[in-house]
Design a protein. Structure first.
Length: 50
């Protein structure tokens, strides 16, 4: 979860963590894959509204 929130600020490091976890199995891997997909598509939105 921390890596997802850090995508905007520490992109390379956060993506590396998410990509590693996405290679696993189960719910955590699925959530990481979904987060990475949203980031790549530009639909990722975890920042609070300004």
């Amino acid at each position: 979860m921390a890596a997802a929130f850090l995508l905007r600020y520490r992109t390379a490091e956060a993506k590396a963590v998410l990509e590693e976890a996405a290679r696993g199995k189960g719910l955590v891997a699925f959530e990481c894959q979904y987060t990475l997909k949203g980031w790549e598509e530009g639909t990722w939105a975890l920042d609070p509204d300004s």
